[in-house]
Design a protein around this ligand. Structure first.
Ligand SMILES: [Zn+2]
Length: 109
């Protein structure tokens, strides 16, 4: 991508910066990643390398887990990588937010 890029909306200057971007549309999962941002209207654009970087970050964190059981409750174990990435510790409080029949979000409070 050229160095002096212009915003297609307002002709403002696009600057390289880091933003929290939704990794997949509708996923409500955000990752801090490098983008181009318009210094006038705030429009965000990504080039193909930046999109690839974002994909990589998501793939690293995607892990299949089998549910366990503790007493009557199901237990979802958090892999070490995720634990480290999010700085989670025992007794941390998280919030479970149902989205639809196939998805819920575990939000770190
Ligand atoms: Zn703009």
């Amino acid at each position: 991508m050229a160095k002096k890029m212009k915003c297609y909306k307002c002709d403002g200057k696009l600057e390289k910066t880091k933003e929290n971007i939704e990794v997949l549309e509708g996923s409500k999962v955000y990752e801090e990643t490098e983008v181009f941002k318009c210094n006038q209207c705030g429009e965000i654009l990504m080039d193909s390398d930046q999109i690839k970087e974002l994909r990589k970050k998501v793939d690293v964190l995607k892990i299949k887990r089998k549910l366990g059981i503790s007493g009557n409750a199901l237990v979802l174990r958090i892999p070490k990588d995720l634990q480290k990435f999010y700085g989670l510790e025992v007794e941390d409080i998280v919030e479970i937010i149902p989205i639809n029949k196939h998805r819920f979000i575990v939000e770190i409070t």
